[in-house]
Design a protein around this ligand. Sequence first.
Ligand SMILES: [Zn+2]
Length: 99
Amino acid sequence: MIVNYMESMVDTVLKNEFTFSPEKYADICRCDSCIAFIKATALNHLSPFYVTTVTGEIYGEYRHKEIQNLSDVMVAVAKGIEALRAAPVHQPVQAAAPS
Ligand SMILES: [Zn+2]
């Protein structure tokens, strides 16, 4: 199968951001559509790097790509998060007002 290696890098960087800097992203919705929006926006700022794999697992031989591209991926993920902040995919669900 063919996978865009950048996609797995965006995944990893986004998870790390949420895990290690939760206070920075307290206002960011983590639902599937918002996460997909962040990833798609980030990937649109990156050149794809396609690799072939048998199992879908990406092997260590591409790790050098990761080091080369890490700062670009981090910038792209930040752009995706900012884009979501600027134009939320959906508004937070409001608690119903008492009637
Ligand atoms: Zn959401």
